[in-house]
Structures are given as structure tokens and as C-alpha cells.
Design a protein around this ligand. Sequence first.
Ligand code: ADP
Ligand code: ASP
Ligand code: MG
Length: 468
Amino acid sequence: MKFGGTSIGTAPSMKRAMDIVAEKQKKNPPVVVLSACSGITNKLIRIAEASGESRLDEAMELSGEVRDHHRSLVDALIQDETRRSSVLEKVESYIGELEMLIKGVDIVGELTARSYDTFCSFGELLSTTIFSEAMQDAGHEAVWQDIREVMITDDNFSTARPLEELCESNVKTAIKSQLEAGKTVVTQGFIGSTKDGKTTTFGRGGSDFTAALLGAWLPSDEIQIWTDVDGVMTCDPRIVPDAKSIRVMTFTEAAELSYLGAKVLHPDTIAPAVKKNIPVYVLNSLHPEAKGTVITNDPAILEGMSYGGLVKSIAAKKGQCIINFRSNRMLGRHGFMADLFDVFARTGVSVEMISTSEVSVSLTVGESASLEELLIELKRKGDVEIEPSVATISVVGDNLRTAKGVAGRIFSAMKDVNIRMISQGASEINVGFVVEEKDVPKALQNLHREFFSGSETSRIFERPAGKG
Ligand code: ADP
Ligand code: ASP
Ligand code: MG
């Protein structure tokens, strides 16, 4: 059971999450994977940056805010006085380590990838410490596990990946034995450790991935991702308030959707679940009674839950940049594309969407990628033009494989939006195009109206709980 930051960010929400876990524990003790409290990872990143730029006062002030937030959670959630003061000491000890790191980085005057990950890890260490102690305080059998003893990763700081075989055997010794003894195991998402004990992270939003990995290694019967919306929805509800909950979707649809920008799941979450064929439930900690979404390939579940619909969901990915490349030398020449992509490989820039003609190629790349070297090399081969601040919009659904007329419906819904690039066909289950970032809300709202306002959709999608 993984709880995201908003599901444990305040005392009442942490209490709600504890109740959900306690209910589950009555039948079977779960593994609980927690993110940092909402806003804390962002704050830790600001602390890391301030320390690296010798803004010591600012870093220390922010660290004081992190301390206050967690102290107030302890005060609200732990009744027993002895326990409360021992947990406050633990909080103090983490903040002490954080402040030592701040001062160390300030003195050296440089923030390395290694120390960046250590800064980020305090959020999860603090949230899990308080949660497991609060569970015990309320009379539940819970143990805290430092996931860094289990989740051994490579040393790609901030984008680390687990050494699977080693981790799988660690899970059996460290976690399975506790579950078998009837205890709920509370542990951190997002973080891990290299073989020689350096703290690493999976990248933003990585707690979903941790939960999926642990679920697959145990293996468990199901993986639950508890968040602040009713499961995976037909669109981001922050942009399209009419978005509906998707009852059931396939692994491929969910994976595609997360790669294409739907923030509700970390893009790597689905792979471990597919490998062991474990259903993933996306549930709302604010409305635990709502059905949420089940992600599975099991035909019995898919059919039983009215799997269907033409389009399943629409995603947007902002922060992209189009590179338009043009060279007459491309015409009729073999090997040109290989040369071109070699430039991307050598400069380490990953391409997201692509569209070509005889003499030109348009591609999108993430805006944060360091493009300088890439552009110098590309300019040696042809004319290059850059369009920053664009977003990819993707319409996703398994049934797009066989449907006719979808592209027509998509582009007529986009009549009043300036489309900068189109790519169709690479994945049979999505149609994608690029718009300026400022047009994202209009594009999503138009498409949502086109595909989700018909009466047929009420059989497949649900109005979220709390919306009547
Ligand atoms: P958590 O802290 O639980 O990991 P996130 O903020 O990472 O939560 O993800 C949940 C958010 O993802 C939602 O609040 C919603 O705004 C956003 N989101 C984007 N696309 C979708 C979608 N298709 N379905 C549901 N939520 C989405
Ligand atoms: N706390 C981390 C983040 O904010 C990981 C997560 O929430 O999944 O990115
Ligand atoms: Mg998340």
C-alpha cells in the first residue's frame, strides 16, 4: 500500500491513511510505502540548492520549517508521552543530520549529485518514522524498515535503478519475515542505497515505483497506490474538472499514459506489476470507499468491469521543446538518420516524439535536457530551428488500434488550437501532437468534451466520489 504526499501531509490525512492500513491489517498485514509529506521534497530541494550556493541562512530557515512541520505531526498523532518524546528526539536527530549536511555543502561550496539525493531522502525518513510510531501508539503491530537495507541500487544518483536479484533476496529476509510474524512493515518510497551505503533516489514521484517493485518481489496479491483523486481519470482533474474515473484499464494503457505525462503514476510503476501479473489499484485516500481504478490484463476482471471505450484517457506533458532539423542532403541518402540519432546518443539527449519528411525531421525533447552541445553538432549537419515551451498531448486507448475516424475527431476538436507537430502510428494505442504550452487547457478541454460527454461513456467511467 503506497500513500503519496497529499495522503499523509497533515495530521488528519495521516490519521486517515493509518485507518486504511489498520483496516487492511485485520485481514493481512501489508507493506506500507510512504512518500514524504506533501511539499517537503520540494523544500528539501530548495535547501540543497541554497546550501550549494552558500545561502546558509535560507537553508537553515527552511530546515527549521521542515522540523516544525514534523514536530507538529508528532504532537498531534502520538498520545503516549514517553513515546512522543522519543519520536521528537528521532525527528531532532534527522534534522541534526540535515543541518550537518547543509553546513558541509555550504563549506565545500558545491552541491554534488550524491549530496542532492541525501538531502531528498529526509522527507521519506521522517514521514515513515512518524507513521510507524503513530501506528504502534494506536495499538497496531507495525515495524519501521529502512528501505536502504533492502533497495540496493546502481550509483546513478537521482535516476537510480535497483539491482533486482539482490533486492529480491533482501526482501525475503528483511520484509517477508516481518509480515509472516503478523507485523505491518512501514518503509520509504523513492530512496535506496548503493552497495557501499550511499543514499540514492529514483527521481521525482519514485515512490510508486518502490511500491510496485516490493509488490512484485514479495510477491503480493495486489499493489495499491493511494493518492488524492479517484484513481486514474480520463484527464488531469486539475485541468479538466469534468474528468471521470476509469474503472479498469490494461497495463499497456496505464504504462503509455504515465509515460505520456499523466502524473498519477510514476512511468516505471507498471513494469514490475506486468512481470508478475499483479493487479495495480489506484485509490483515493480521501474517499476510501470509492472504487478507484484497477489496472490488469486479466480478461475476467476486464470483462466483468465493462472494459471498453474508444479513448481511455488524455494526457499532456509540458516542458517540451521542438527541434526542427532540415537538410537537403537527407534526400534519397541512406544512413542519414543513423548519423542524426548518433548525435543524440553521444550528447545523451533523449527524443520523445518524432515526425519526418524527405528533407526534414521534427523532434521533441525535454526542455531541461542540456541542449547546447547537441545544437552545435546538429548545426554542422543542417539547418536547425528551436520552438521552446511546447507540450505533447496524447489521446490513449487500446481500442484505437482498430477504430476508424479517431484522428478526424481529434483534429476537428482542435479547430481553434495551433498544432505545432503531429505524430501518429508509432504506438498503436495513442495519437499524439504538440501544442504551445499556453494552449494545453483549451486542447484538453476540447478533446475531453469530444470523447467523454456521450451517454455511452457512463457505463465505463464514473463520476468521482464527492462530486455527487
Ligand atoms: P501522490 O502524492 O499521491 O503521488 P501525485 O500528485 O503524484 O500524487 O499524483 C496525483 C495527481 O496526478 C492528481 O492530483 C492529478 O492532479 C494528477 N493527474 C494527472 N493526470 C491524471 C489522470 N489521468 N488521472 C488522475 N490524476 C491525474
Ligand atoms: N517524495 C518524492 C517526490 O516528491 C517521491 C514521491 O512522492 O513519490 O518526488
Ligand atoms: Mg506521485
